[in-house]
Design a protein around this ligand. Sequence first.
Ligand code: ATP
Ligand code: MG
Length: 567
Amino acid sequence: MRQTQTFIPTLREVPADADVKSHQMLLRAGFIRQNTSGVYSFLPLGKRVLQKVEEVIREEMQAAGSVEVSLPALQQAELWQETGRWYSYGPELMRLKDRHDREFALGATHEEVITSLLRDEIKSYKKLPLNLYQIQSKFRDEKRPRFGLLRGREFLMKDAYSFHATKESLDETYEKMRQAYTNIFTRLGLNFRAVIADSGAIGGKDNHEFMVLSDIGEDTIAYSDSSQYAANIEMAEVDAAYERSDEALKPLRKADTPDQKTIREVAGHLGVEPERCIKTLVFKTGDGFVLVLARGDHDINEIKVKHVTGAKNAELADAEEVRQLLSAGIGSVGPVKLPQGLKVYADHAVRYIVNGVAGANEDGRHYINVNPDRDFSVDEYADLRFIREGDPSPDGNGTIVFAKGIEVGHVFKLGTTYSEPMDGTFLNDQGRAEPYIMGCYGIGVSRVMAAVAEQFQDDGGFLWPPAIAPYTVHLVPVNMKDEAQRELAEELYKLLKDYRYEVLLDDRPERAGVKFADADLLGIPVRVTIGKRAPEGILEVKNRRTGETFECQREELQDRIQQLLSR
Ligand code: ATP
Ligand code: MG
């Protein structure tokens, strides 16, 4: 492609409204433009990168047995009403009406559409399993569209849905999808982890998010420094070994702690470490109140509280409710001498506290020398706290470290969540009707492009990995008025294209400085400069990623480029 014939509007200034590196650089290098909040146009270079990302995804999806379809973005409200999501999805769903006043949604996701399609067509177990995918624009009216392509309101997603007669068949496809995702993100050169994510009642093994490690990520990941283990911190199990001190048990007594409310304040006031304090929280569940205890330096994880209590909802009780229940303010409650029937859950670490401190259920008073089992009883010890950096990895290998992550993909076992309410059934081998067992698998294609853009850049511009660079070779004749340079550039342009390289020729009548700055900005992996030594057939080659440059004869050029790209 000749640069004079395409559209690459580069900017010298960093756009003021762009807050992350990827967004700034995509705007500066002329890859994208914003139309309105969270809505973008892809310009020629941006479109090429996007297409390459799509191609990697297509190849791996097809290799894993998924087949491409294209489902409508315009979806009738009735479908969403069947599953109830018309009412529960909230304002993120973009809704509109047709000329007959019928309601529609713009596709935010396609479980309803695909289930309604298959329920009329696939009626026998003999036609299962089936795995279909599409790459298509999704619409979500995000509360905070931001970071450019990372969180848009119209964005490109690859979504796949699989349909099965048995759980084992779903397990098999789920594993294939997980492997396909690993292949995709590896080929894109991303620094990522497959992370165990919250899947509520279904259980941790059935839901993985693929996270690109990045400081601008919105999620926190706990991962092992020496194994593949990685989990969303909300999900990471704690498997720490605690030691009990051999200090003799002392008699329980009360101490005044006026106005000392937080663990830190109470511990400071009494001259003990927070590790000795028992943090007591009151949770309100569907079945009434429960008490949850943890060590003072630990944080209680509400998701784990939900799991252990089996409650659909578990939220912290407010100050009023706590006072009614225990006759004290939130900062002075504890597990000693509780009202009858109040269930107590404690994190494992609490069991190892000796002569600890806990609220006395009296304002401004705490117990000291509190000992579990002697002074209070616990209905169930469980893993209830957030994992911390430095904890042992739950898989037994290494130590936990934290990182921020950008969610680029998600694989999820849906089970019969959609097929049941939508009557998506097939006849099993006994001739009985059963709902399809489903899985779904998403990749944020445009978000992936931004994640790559975030990871592969320096101060001067992009450093695209060759697999998804918009072009492979950038030919830059320094002076278009110089006939020798112009002719050599034309000759090489033709030659390299014959060798099937994707070549961009900077045939603009610009100053050398402008051309070089733009070339760095666009970040095409190989730059070939045609300058003063053109009459001798000598060129300068630059590896954009390493910054390394060398001169070579035109006859050697093809080989040298080949070498450079294969490294
Ligand atoms: P998030 O927690 O980031 O909102 P999500 O859980 O809503 O993501 P899914 O419904 O699982 O996302 O969608 C599948 C994939 O689509 C995500 O893994 C992500 O890569 C991408 N994605 C989701 N929302 C957006 C968005 N607003 N802009 C760009 N990509 C998105
Ligand atoms: Mg979301």
